[in-house]
Design a protein around this ligand. Structure first.
Ligand SMILES: NC(=O)c1ccc[n+]([C@@H]2O[C@H](COP(=O)([O-])OP(=O)(O)OC[C@H]3O[C@@H](n4cnc5c(N)ncnc54)[C@H](OP(=O)(O)O)[C@@H]3O)[C@@H](O)[C@H]2O)c1
Length: 289
């Protein structure tokens, strides 16, 4: 018989993970801080635990999906001794250093710790398009593939427990800055009465086409060859951004999203790199370290 998986946290995501396991015929024990969120999982066959202690009483994998790092510590610290020799998979969003801290805590308590980062929204879990990134002990990843693969494509990023989170957060930077850029554009056309919905219809295919530029930028960055032929120069980009800032201000639109990009480019120009490629912004960004 398959060992029960324990699910700690039944928010939107934790519930989706537990539901996918149950739908695949795997037994599950579920717990949530606020009682009453497990009803539909109970009807699908889950065992509902009243306490964390009760939830972790078995010997299967313990899957944690809570709000944040602090809530994870609040739930697992008090039961650390009971988790010895168990495997904990944490799919809560944490920073890389929080993941490393949890891994160190787990080692102290003789717990096997696999960190994960979910690249999906709850309704995508168990469907094509969902991916979950993992890092930590490779053996723990491989031994639990059957379970992990129920939720989406499982991708492993090495023994450093912070790597899944680092990849996740780097991806989310791209997403959030894109969202902010879209909303800025929507505010610009909105100042003349164009709806955001209409603008989105125009923006989506353009941004989709522009993602085709990323591989070229990446190749320049990896080669460190910002003087190579065929690149859009920082000078050209500065002129474009200057117009975008002016046009935004003329329409009464806040430039707090755009200004930092313009400033990055201007600093590169001031340092004498105007003829080099725009991918050189990368050098300005990584300098913060
Ligand atoms: N939803 C998404 O689209 C998505 C996508 C990728 C990753 N994630 C990540 O998945 C994790 C869970 O997200 P979610 O969407 O399920 O969030 P959610 O619906 O807000 O659920 C949060 C869960 O955390 C619990 N919780 C919060 N503080 C707690 C504490 N101090 N002690 C014990 N339990 C606590 C809540 O319990 P109560 O019911 O008692 O409040 C609830 O079970 C987050 O780290 C999120 O970043 C979510």
């Amino acid at each position: 018989m398959t060992t029960s998986t324990t699910f700690l946290g039944l928010g939107a995501m934790g519930s989706a993970l537990a539901a996918a396991a149950l739908d695949a015929g795997r037994p599950a024990v579920v717990w949530n801080r606020t009682p009453g969120r497990a009803g539909f999982l109970g009807r699908r066959g889950a065992t509902i635990a009243e306490t964390v202690e009760e939830a972790i009483a078995g010997d299967g994998v313990i899957l944690v999906c809570l709000l944040d790092h602090q809530s994870v510590r609040a739930v697992i610290d008090p039961v650390a001794a009971s988790l010895a020799k168990r495997t904990l998979v944490n799919l809560t969003t944490t920073t890389p250093n929080q993941a490393r801290g949890l891994a160190a805590w787990a080692t102290e308590h003789n717990i096997t710790y696999l960190d994960g980062a979910i690249m999906a929204v709850p309704r995508m879990i168990g469907r094509p398009g969902a991916a979950i990134l993992y890092s930590g002990p490779e053996a723990a990843f491989e031994e639990n593939r059957e379970l992990l693969d129920l939720w989406g494509r499982s991708e492993y990023f090495g023994a450093d427990p912070g790597m899944a989170s680092l990849r996740d957060m780097a991806m989310l930077v791209g997403m959030y800055t894109m969202f902010a850029g879209f909303l800025h554009g929507a505010a610009m056309v909105g100042s003349e009465g164009v709806s955001a919905t209409e603008f989105a219809r125009q923006q989506v295919p353009f941004l989709t086409a522009m993602t085709g530029q990323l591989a070229g930028l990446a190749a320049v960055v990896d080669a460190g060859d910002y003087a190579g032929a065929g690149q859009q120069s920082l000078e050209f980009t500065e002129t474009a951004l200057d117009s975008l800032v002016t046009a935004s201000l003329d329409q009464g639109v806040n430039v707090e999203v755009l200004r930092p990009v313009h400033d990055l480019v201007r600093r590169q120009l001031a340092a004498g790199y105007g003829r080099q490629g725009t991918a050189r912004i990368f050098e300005e960004l990584r300098k913060a370290r």
